[in-house]
Design a protein around this ligand. Structure first.
Ligand code: DQA
Length: 150
């Protein structure tokens, strides 16, 4: 059971970046917590962050070959701009959960549109770093169900 967690631009700045909006946890804290949760639940979690759209596309393109069953992605600002990352997710045809730390719908109107939500299994926004944990637990539950039925 392999799950990829992908973080978009500026999320490497978590901890110091607008903590009132994004919280005090660093990306390393979040990733370590997710890897530990995965281990506890019998799933392998691998994390990736990039500030570059093409690097995220390249990474997603490798997902099937890597044996990924589910993707948790916070596309960050690319949520609102990136047809390329949307297309990469469609190309690999893997289920994904779109996750945001903040409640994007309670913020500026340009954050209300997502290029991902209509393709996502689910969308999580506003739970801070816990949102990733909820997404991961759902991904694990789905993969468990799949393996029981196959
Ligand atoms: C974000 C929300 C985006 O609008 C923003 O550009 C981000 C982070 C979030 O996690 O709340 O960088 O995806």
């Amino acid at each position: 059971m392999l799950i990829w967690v992908i973080h978009g631009p500026n999320l490497n700045m978590l901890g110091t970046r607008e903590p009132g909006i994004y919280g005090a946890s660093t990306l390393a804290d979040i990733n370590q917590g997710l890897i530990a949760l995965g281990e506890h639940e019998g799933a392998r979690v691998e994390t990736f962050q990039s500030n570059h759209e093409g690097a995220i596309v390249d990474h997603i393109q490798q997902a099937r070959k890597a044996g990924v069953g589910f993707i948790v992605i916070n596309p960050a600002a690319f949520t609102h701009t990136s047809v390329a990352i949307r297309d990469a997710l469609s190309a690999v045809d893997l289920p994904f959960i779109e996750t945001h730390l903040s409640n994007v719908h309670a913020r500026e109107s340009f954050r209300h549109h997502s290029y991902f939500s209509d393709k996502a299994v689910a969308v999580i926004a506003g739970f801070g770093a816990d949102g990733y944990r909820y997404a991961l637990m759902h991904a694990i539950a789905q993969l468990r169900k799949q393996s029981q039925h196959s």
